[in-house]
Design a protein around this ligand. Structure first.
Ligand code: G6Q
Length: 547
């Protein structure tokens, strides 16, 4: 455990940033026609091109040295060995066991967890097949047509993102829907689309105490009971949780509960029973292919040298930009409509894991940790916020993702999509030089005065970095690889930044605070114990709700 700024490689990187940080990528490409080959990696059909970055071999060497000095190889081994690396919650972070497709044991406290993992997978297979085949029926004998996952945060974002990404694999007549927000409008709008006789609710909550999820589950239970009576509950409600007591108390038969364990973090849980909605939506075999992809990336991360390791390289590039070249944010830009929830998913994965201001020794982190993640699918983003990425005053590194083949080959759409993603990364790197713009304006017939006015606004300095992730087609295995790649990227950055990536005390705080304010909103007595802004807002809400 060492503060990164005390590591020798940190100082070397600071010095390097001062001298080479502004090197022109355009010039580097001109000088080295082999740059793409030297700075790209392939793994099972997934290509990572990281050549459009402000790096050279020496800089990468220093970044790798930083990772080694920060103890990355040992930290990685400790994670796979099931050590209690989630120190502040005193538990391992062993989501890699959930997708361990080998015969290797995965140990927690001296016990192999794989038999339990496989038993739950078998139960998920059996259940998802029964629902999909129509063998599992609702209380009135009808087959299930809507599966509604009720969960929030880690118990929602992964399943939503994956079911959306794998929509081409869903079968007609069985819809996967999600209720997460405690805003009653979310439940109301989803329930409007459902028929109680053919709806199966999956209540997904690790703790089974989360206010939003329990409130939504109660509302859905009331909706069902109102139409079909109490006796219908066992045919229409199942639970995914670590808390059998609370599941039973809620009224769900624990025979219909799919278990996972405290060593599965919420935002790492889509591979566990929390993925049941995915398995029902796309079929268990596809779910297994997702696990296979995750496992392939785990093996790569575990065994590939740091210099040829996708998650490590992505992580270190993020460190280079964030800690040495002043970037505070990065954009995730999938040129793949089916990945439209990937940015939201990565926001949680990244910002909840590494949005920490305290180092592992308990002292304030005086270096930048975490990164602001944002994004939208291409080409929509191009017509919105790319302006700032191209010409703004901030450095925003980008990850572009694209499939060579579409699930929906409509005319030239896909080639147009691909031409956009390549054109964007090229333009970000090259920019548009003054001479180029001047010639273009002159050719358009502008006089000198007009050229002088327009020129500075149309010049793009370029030199803006990006990675491109290219794959054949967005299938379950590729998706599994991509998700695991980002998980490990976040892990590596947490190690370098010396923070605990697997807790989320900020989220827990929100859970506690909301309960106190709820009591004040319901009361008639003057709210006490708040600042005057919160008190004023509570009183204003009380007034507005009466009017
Ligand atoms: C994820 C976080 C958080 C969590 C939700 C839901 O890593 O811990 O997003 O997943 O708060 O928690 P439950 O699954 O316990 O309802």
């Amino acid at each position: 455990m060492t503060n990164p700024i005390r590591l020798p490689a940190w100082a070397a990187l600071e010095a390097r940033a001062a001298s080479v940080g502004s090197w022109s990528m355009r010039a580097m490409f001109e000088a080295d026609p082999d740059r793409f080959r030297r700075f790209s990696l392939s793994l099972d059909g997934l290509l990572l091109d990281y050549s459009k970055n402000r790096i050279d071999s020496d800089t990468l060497g220093l970044l790798e040295a930083l990772a080694v000095q920060a103890g990355l190889p040992q930290a990685r081994d400790a994670m796979f060995a099931g050590e209690r690396i989630n120190v502040t919650e005193n538990r391992p972070a062993l989501h890699v066991a959930l997708r361990n497709r080998s015969h290797r044991a995965m140990m927690v406290d001296g016990v192999d967890v794989m038999p339990k993992v496989r038993a739950v997978l078998d139960k998920m297979r059996d259940f998802s097949e029964r629902v999909r085949s129509g063998e599992w029926r609702g209380a009135t004998g009808k087959a299930i047509a809507s599966v509604v996952n009720i969960g929030i945060g880690g118990s929602d974002l992964g399943p939503v993102m994956v079911t959306e990404a794998l929509k081409p694999y869903q079968r007609p007549g069985l819809a996967a829907r999600f209720i997460s927000n405690v805003d009653g409008s979310h439940a109301a709008e989803v329930l409007r689309l459902c028929d109680p006789e053919t709806t199966l609710f999956i209540v997904a909550s690790k703790t089974f105490t989360t206010q939003e999820t329990i409130a939504n589950a109660r509302t859905c239970r009331d909706w069902l009971v109102d139409k079909l009576g109490e006796a219908a509950i066992p045919r229409h409600f199942v639970a995914l949780s670590t808390n059998a007591g609370a599941v039973a108390e809620f009224g769900i038969d624990t025979a219909n509960m799919f278990e996972f364990w405290d060593w599965v973090g919420g935002r790492y849980s889509l591979w566990s029973a929390i993925g049941l909605s995915i398995a029902v939506a796309v079929g268990f075999e596809r779910f297994e292919e997702l696990l296979d992809g995750g496992f392939a990336m785990d093996e790569h991360f575990r065994t590939a040298p740091l210099a040829a390791n996708m998650p490590v390289i992505l992580a270190l590039l993020g460190v280079w930009y964030g800690n040495f070249l002043g970037a505070g944010a990065y954009a995730v830009l999938p040129y793949d409509q089916y990945l439209h929830r990937l940015p939201a998913y990565l926001q949680q994965l990244d910002m909840e894991s590494n949005g920490k201001g305290t180092a592992r020794d308990g002292r304030p982190a005086t270096w930048q940790t975490g990164q602001i993640v944002f994004g939208e699918p291409g080409t929509n983003g191009q017509h919105a916020f790319y302006q700032l990425i191209h010409q703004g005053t901030r450095l925003i590194p980008c990850d572009f993702l694209a499939a060579a083949q579409s699930h929906n080959p409509l005319g030239e759409h896909h080639l147009m999509l691909l031409s956009n993603v390549l054109a964007q990364s090229e333009a970000l790197m090259k920019g548009r030089a003054e001479a180029e713009v001047r010639a273009e304006l002159a050719a358009a017939g502008m006089d000198e005065a007009a050229i002088a006015l327009h020129l500075p606004h149309r010049v793009f300095e370029g030199n803006r970095p990006s990675n491109t992730l290219l794959y054949r087609r967005l299938d379950p295995r590729t998706l599994g690889m991509l998700i695991a790649m980002y998980e490990h990227k976040v892990f590596v950055q947490g190690v370098v930044w010396d923070v605990y990536s697997f807790d989320q005390w900020g989220v827990e705080l929100g859970k506690v605070l909301a309960k106190a304010v709820l009591a004040d909103l319901k009361a008639d007595t003057p709210p006490a114990g708040h600042d005057c802004s919160t008190t004023g807002l509570i009183e204003a809400i009380r007034g507005l709700r009466k009017s």
